[in-house]
Design a protein around this ligand. Structure first.
Ligand SMILES: [Zn+2]
Length: 654
């Protein structure tokens, strides 16, 4: 007996009763999901895969019975969070089951709720209806009841995420910023997976992030999946290519000036007609304009690890079976609308120029956020021997200055107040010399310093010593020829200076559960006072406006870094020139007496206001002889500190 004969139904009514095949996300989203302006600022409207074609395959994986986990590593504008939102809407409206959304921390959750989730529900009446008609019904922490399912929105280690509720679907967003478990070695991702045990048949996990460090939590998860790379089709030769940091410069061509130097980043940003930067196909070298680039991304194909793609777009090789799929969304996968050429070129040039000037951070950001690649921390290894080649002819206490002055004075001193705060602050008030109090602050993450005005104490610059030590490393160990960011060393340099500068290496380790990298002493109790002085002097230069110095040769100003101890201080005087080229002028120890009375120490007061004679290239064999004798004494015996003071007095008389 059929439905028709039993109930007398017509065909239309029968169709309504038959179980319908569930649409996949790619079938469903374009007609049913409206992206508000907050989600898609360039083009609010019904979701269109044409502008992010690379999302199709990962989206289909989320509906495929066989795939259990999808991991996306993407550049900033790579629409990865949009995929999370599309899937969430699909779960609620098409395939409901208990779902958890996990973000790195409470602030991120609150911000996302306001900027992404609430607008998404507001823009889609059916979604809003499912949560009872008010976006205010979306809870953070507490479960949100949505028709036939519960939705949990929280952050890693929040009670709702840590609780034992079973969930079928998990969206973990910005995983590279997740904090490792409080208990050692407990991965928050494994904790999340534990929630899915009740759904062994149909659970799904979507992990999303911009990449951070190679080897971190996200990177490890991503690499466990079958990694896919997006190959673009060149509209000219019709062959397929992909991008990586290695071939980046073969695809994005950036014009330089007649000296083979980059122009200012702004020049690239203002270049809207492709005169300073353009794309080419790395295979046929044809120049690709923006519509051609759009074509190349739309014709793109995901190729899994271990396979290649032939010129007809056919994947060659055995596709390995995997229930966990990883997709790497890199620079050129993006539609040009999201990634305008002029912006990309200007950011790339800015990163390169910063690196040249000793600051790696912009390149790391570019690698993570605009190339979609992890950043490999190369351990920075310091060795005293490497410093010897920097020794030059100018003598200790003399300034390689080119101009009409006979002597220079210290422009700014940075003195450490971390050891004995009050006496140092008193000293700062008592001296006529320009001086700032500084101290290390491990809480600073990106900036190199922060000025803190504490009540009754006066201003103290808090320093991010890791970032500044990276600069010092660049100056003394990494730069290899005189010019930007190169450190010169005078002829009478103390061997201690090289030893102190080499007392620390940058080391990577796990701390409080997360993976970090810091400068650390190679072994306990190694002296590093002159390194600290150099760090303070380097930041004093930064604060003095080092980067706006004109392009003239030689030292343009002097500064000084001071490390304070119980009855003496260490000091380093450095001369700075164009693009952070620098010259060590003097380094050593001053016997100031009890630190409690530092403000009465005439030695330090006098030291900071003494003139530093200009090196003319023919100074005083006499001074040099005295110095080398003193040097011998010092290395043979204990008279070091006395020598240094005498030596300074001698030099001061010249
Ligand atoms: Zn081509």
């Amino acid at each position: 007996m059929t439905l028709k004969s039993f109930w007398g139904l017509d065909q239309k009514e029968i169709d309504l009763l038959q179980p319908k095949p569930r649409p996949t996300i790619t079938e469903w989203a374009p007609d049913n999901l409206y992206l508000p302006r907050q989600e898609s600022p360039e083009m609010p409207g019904y979701f269109n895969f044409d502008y992010s074609p690379y999302l199709r395959q990962p989206a289909d994986d989320l509906c495929d019975h066989y795939t259990r986990e999808v991991w996306i590593q993407a550049i900033l504008q790579g629409s990865k969070s949009t995929l999370g939102n599309i899937w969430l809407a699909y779960i609620i409206l098409v395939n409901p089951n208990h779902t958890m959304i996990c973000m790195p921390d409470e602030n991120t959750v609150k911000r996302r709720m306001k900027t992404r989730l609430q607008p998404l529900f507001k823009a889609n009446p059916k979604l809003l209806e499912a949560i009872g008609g008010r976006v205010g019904n979306l809870n953070i922490g507490e479960p949100t009841v949505v028709d036939w399912m519960n939705l949990y929105i929280g952050w890693s280690h929040s009670p709702s995420i840590m609780s034992d509720v079973p969930v079928c679907n998990i969206i973990a967003d910005e995983v590279a910023l997740f904090i490792m478990g409080l208990a050692k070695d407990v991965s928050p991702i494994d904790l999340l997976r534990g929630r899915q045990k009740r759904f062994p048949e149909n659970s799904k996990f979507l992990g999303l992030s911009s990449p951070k460090l190679a080897g971190d939590l996200f990177d490890k998860e991503f690499r466990q999946g079958l990694i896919h790379k997006y190959y673009l089709q060149c509209p000219v030769c019709e062959r397929y290519f992909t991008d990586s940091p290695e071939n980046f410069a073969e695809i994005l061509i950036i014009k330089k000036d007649e000296h083979n130097e980059f122009f200012e980043p702004r020049a690239y940003e203002n270049d809207r007609d492709g005169r300073l930067a353009w794309f080419i196909c790395p295979l046929c070298h044809a120049k690709l304009n923006e519509p051609e680039r759009a074509y190349a991304t739309q014709k793109g194909i995901w190729v899994p690890d271990g396979c290649t793609i032939n010129e007809h777009g056919k994947i060659i090789g055995q596709i390995p079976a995997s229930t966990k799929k990883s997709y790497k969304i890199t620079t050129f996968a993006l539609h040009p609308k999201w990634q305008p050429l002029n912006k990309l070129a200007s950011m790339f040039v800015y990163a390169q120029l910063s690196l040249k000037a000793g600051n790696r951070q912009p390149l790391q950001n570019f690698r993570n956020n605009h190339q979609g690649e992890t950043w490999e921390i190369k351990e920075k290894i310091t060795k005293p021997n490497l410093l010897k080649k920097r020794i030059e002819k100018y003598q200790a206490g003399f300034v390689p200055y080119i101009g009409n002055k006979k002597e220079l004075f210290i422009h700014l001193t940075a003195i450490d107040c971390g050891y004995e705060q009050q006496p140092v602050l008193d000293f700062c008030r008592s001296t006529e010399s320009p001086i700032i109090a500084v101290r290390g602050d491990p809480k600073l993450t990106n900036r190199s310093n922060r000025l803190v005005n504490e009540k009754n104490k006066g201003p103290i610059y808090h320093l991010n010593v890791n970032v500044i030590k990276d600069r010092v490393y660049r100056l003394f160990f990494e730069s290899d020829k005189p010019g930007p960011s190169y450190a010169h060393v005078h002829a009478d340099i103390l061997t201690e200076y090289f030893e102190h500068l080499s007392a620390e290496d940058r080391q990577s380790f796990q701390k409080g559960g997360s993976y970090i990298s810091e400068w650390k002493l190679k072994s306990e109790h190694l002296p590093n006072h002159l390194l600290d002085c150099t760090v303070y002097a380097t930041e004093a230069a930064e604060i003095s406006g080092l980067w706006s110095l004109p392009n003239v040769p030689g030292v343009q100003f002097l500064d000084c870094g001071i490390d304070v101890h119980i009855d003496h201080v260490w000091a380093v005087v450095i001369g700075w020139g164009y693009m952070a080229e620098c010259w060590v002028i003097w380094e050593g120890r001053l016997e100031t007496g009890d630190v409690k009375n530092l403000d009465q120490s005439s030695i330090l007061h006098d030291f900071l206001r003494r003139p530093w004679p200009v090196w003319t290239g023919e100074q005083k064999t006499e001074v040099r002889r005295q110095q080398s004798e003193g040097r011998r004494q010092r290395t043979e015996g204990r008279g070091q500190s006395q020598y240094l003071v005498d030596d300074w007095n001698n030099r001061a008389k010249v």
